[in-house]
Design a binder for this molecule. Sequence first.
Ligand code: ADP
Length: 461
Amino acid sequence: MPVWVYALGLALVLAGVVCSFIIAEGGGAAAYLAGAGALVLVAAVPFFYIDVLKPIRKLRCEAGQFASACLDGGIWKGKQIDHVTKGLEDIRNELSESRFRIRELETTTNVFMAEKQQTEAVLKSLSVPVLVTDRFDDLIMANDVAGGLFGFDIESSRGKPISESLQFTELVKLIGETSERKVKVPKRVVELSYTGDDGVPIEVRVSLSSIIDPAGEILGVVTVVQDVTRDREVDRMKSEFVANVSHELKTPLTSIQAYVEMLVDGDAADEETRHSFYSIIETESSRMRSMIENLLNLSRLEAGVIQLNMEKVSLHKVIESVLEVMEPHAEKKEIKLEKDISPYLVPVMGDAGYLKRVFINLVSNAVKYTPEKGNVKVVARRDGETARVDIVDTGYGISEEDREKVFEKFYRVKGSSDKAKGTGLGLAMVKKIVEMHHGSIDVESEEEKGSKFQVALPGVS
Ligand code: ADP
């Protein structure tokens, strides 16, 4: 039933009521109008029931069913509900898929984090400085050695341009050049010189490798810095050693050759001259022999092929015999050679021959590197269970920088050649022998004042 029918009925009833008020008592027309309206309304009642009340009741009933179905945990059927259920199911599927993807991402992130930590741990364990930068030359990672060498704090420099932390402009430039390359480049190795805050120049070998993704794009640069100052110095020392050895061997050889030639040519007329020539030849050849022996001994000691003949040794006797050998050399330079050996000096377990070599070398050096009319003194005493022997001289002394190096093979202090002949092998051999006896050797020195070489050896009762 259309809405206008209900409206017409209602209007007729209202018009009847209004007219009945206007026409007072005799209003027949109004009564007709009201009657007609009432009839229309009565006729519309079934239709009103069908159109309005029934749907409302149905809705109320379905709502009730839905509520009870939900409460009972049952399934709510119906077309709309099917749609809603389908939609909900889709959402649920998407949600579980997203949850799965999130879990996958979490796992991948955890793996990445673990790998990153592992890489950082590996990097930190390396003793060479390493810097890792991204394609924009921002610092991603670096190890403590790198921070220490270049003087920057790793944590506060992370994620910032490397140029802000690294004062080594040449290296910053090289990193920039490497990250700018569009194609994969082989590892670049460059040697540079770097002067840090302490002003000490060091030689570095820098290896720069690009990190390249599968598409060929550069992701960053790994820079490994190697301090090669020591290598360069060893190279220099080796060349110096070869020059020294050949010079040292050539000098006595030339002299031997010259005296032999004179003898062959009959230039030594009398027996006395011939005798002096023989004695020079003997001295020079023994000098050569001792030099070659020193070289061979050191290499044997270093190779560990020498077996020490261990026995209870009196250092008193060893020192006495050394001084006896050295006395003529000291006399030549008018050097006063003294000894101060404590009667309480403990004996040591060692190889008497090798221990003699130790003290011959030390006293010989003291005499060699002390100007004429100086003093050399050997002081030996007991210190608990240790035997301590100091070789003290009033010689040229050794600078602090050189003191660290004199025990290295082939090392000779600059200018030593002007003072005395040598190969820079003596102290290296001394140190090796002392260590083989479980002892230690140290040096105290002041330039132009003198030096004190201190040997400590474990004593035996
Ligand atoms: P060398 O054959 O040159 O003497 P050593 O190994 O015995 O070799 O000594 C190494 C360097 O240490 C020497 O060249 C010298 O410069 C320095 N040196 C050693 N002993 C002394 C000393 N008593 N006084 C000053 N310099 C010394």
